[in-house]
Design a protein around this ligand. Sequence first.
Ligand code: BG6
Ligand code: MG
Length: 220
Amino acid sequence: NLKACLFDLDGVIVDTAKYHYIAWRQIAEELGFEFTERHNERLKGVSRQRSLEILLEIGGITLPAEEMAKLAERKNNLYLELIRRMTPEEILPGAQEFLKACWAAGYKTALATASRNAALILELLQIGSLFDVVMDGNKVSRTKPDPEVFLNCARDLRVPPAACAVFEDAEAGIEAAVSANMLAIGIGDPAILHHADLVVPGLASLSIEILRQAANKKIS
Ligand code: BG6
Ligand code: MG
């Protein structure tokens, strides 16, 4: 029986995924290689540090740790510049409505993200009060696809992992949800999120009824 809904932030609640991509593409360009949208899928859901490692791997570049730290900081500054003027209008269609429907249905809610900018984004979007628990990149040591972020949410919400549904746009996030033994709802492309229990284009396409059906189907 479903008791809690755990939401990824970037790409699920708000379209910051495009800003992460713009910032990383700029870094790649400065390093002299092309960084495509397909490459970018590998960066979704994973920590800033891990994203940089993957980016450098794609470019075939190795750098000393100090250089990497500088690049990670530079990427974050580019990203912060892009999101600085974000308003509640950039909340993705249906996200707020679905969060409220979760509350009305009696489900607990959590934000489960690798981002270390989550507090800022929640403030810009003014939706902090819709989450019982906020688990972000500052509180988690192992990045998705490790299930730590989701298991921490279940622990803090005091519900068993099997009673949680996860909403994720990233391949790594779906893998994490599956290893946590949670219902995995993909937001995006079924061809990319093929391990999810159900994939929808966005939270606007979901209802509590559809969610319950997916949960029942997983158990039976
Ligand atoms: C995730 C994004 O939510 O957060 C990743 O999907 C990003 O693309 C990660 O790298 C870390 O975010 P931040 O804001 O701490 O750089
Ligand atoms: Mg995401």
